[in-house]
Design a protein around this ligand. Structure first.
Ligand code: F6P
Length: 324
């Protein structure tokens, strides 16, 4: 392998810059050329490339977002789009791709690999932590800390005013952010898609905690929860069914995706970047790099994109005990 291209695609995540840096520096270390591809697959189709040296990725390990920019390309979903992308790779003599992103990125990459037998390797970058084959995706730890910090702040005002807050967090169809940040921030209730316990139980448990003397409460709601109600409808429902609650709603939104990556995410990104390049050098393709029990491993992409099948039931039990 003489030249590797690297791109970020899908929703950005803190730690993506650190991963690009790791890829570029590992390439430099092994005397392989490295090319940064702007705007994900769209930039690949359009040939929006820039050579990356070890020095051109300086001062980015600490920066949130992705300096290569990210996009969700519709054109790459078409056969014609992928053909253009392939032409660009041939024209620019790029031998392999490192794809940093989530399941959409990997699905596209896998299809491309199938059609052109082009070597690819994935690095999981998404705050959702919804990818199998790794215990942690890049950006997840940073997002958890951001969410905990936001909830701590909301708790201050909630307790000053004896209020009940519904706080919606990201995670797409997954409850990992809600469950872990909720536990970390001491939420009274956590609603996640993986375990819909129903609205009756929510009312009961809020009443129970009020009766035990709690004057303010935090309910963390995963955006993909399965109650069938939006966070605003949930708040209205509780307001209608439980009298004398002063309720507010807060949707944390995209602030969860920004900010400087935590040390954990920077280290993870660096380790994953090295493994991605060295796996390609060993002739491995169609894999995703991940971390399992503190070891950096690779998993066939096809297995990684199946998604995490469940949340940790032990963790859910801890949450239940903590909300007593
Ligand atoms: O996948 C990351 C994520 O932030 C999800 O948690 C969220 O559902 C989605 O992306 C939001 O996407 P967009 O930035 O396109 O609004």
């Amino acid at each position: 392998i003489k030249k590797i291209g690297v791109l970020t695609s899908g929703g950005d995540a803190p730690g993506m810059n650190a991963a690009i840096r790791a890829v570029a520096r590992t390439c430099a270390y092994h005397q392989i050329e490295c090319v940064g591809i702007y705007r994900g697959y769209q930039g690949l189709i359009e040939g929006d490339f820039e050579d990356l040296s070890a020095r051109s990725v300086r001062n980015i390990i600490n920066r949130g977002g992705t300096f290569l920019k990210s996009a969700r390309s519709q054109e790459f979903k078409t056969k014609e789009g992928r053909a253009k992308a392939h032409e660009q790779l041939i024209k620019n003599q790029i031998d392999a791709l490192v794809l940093i992103g989530g399941d959409g990125t990997f699905t596209g990459g896998m299809l491309f690999n199938e059609e052109y037998n082009f070597p690819i390797i994935g690095i999981p970058g998404t705050i959702d932590n919804d990818i199998d084959g790794t215990m942690y995706t890049l950006g997840y730890d940073t997002a958890l800390n951001t969410v905990v910090d936001a909830i701590d702040r909301i708790r201050d005002t909630a307790s000053s005013h004896d209020r009940l807050f519904f706080i919606e967090v990201m995670g797409r169809d997954c409850g990992h952010i809600a469950l872990n940040a909720g536990l970390g921030a001491g939420a009274e209730e956590i609603l996640i898609p993986e375990a819909n316990r129903g609205l009756e139980q929510l009312l009961e448990s809020l009443e129970r905690s009020r009766n035990t003397g709690k004057s303010s409460s935090i309910v963390v709601v995963a955006e993909g929860d399965k109650t069938g109600k939006s966070v605003f409808q949930l708040a209205e429902y509780v307001e209608e069914n439980l009298p004398n609650y002063d309720i507010r709603v807060s949707v944390l939104g995209h602030m969860q995706r920004g900010g400087a990556p935590t040390c954990f995410d920077r280290v993870l990104a660096s380790r994953m970047g090295v493994k991605a390049v060295e796996s390609l050098m060993e002739g491995k393709s169609n894999y995703m790099v991940g971390m399992i029990k503190d070891e950096i491993v690779i998993t066939p992409i096809v297995d990684a994109i199946k998604g995490k099948s469940s949340v940790d039931s032990d963790l859910m039990r801890v949450c239940e005990i903590m909300s007593t």
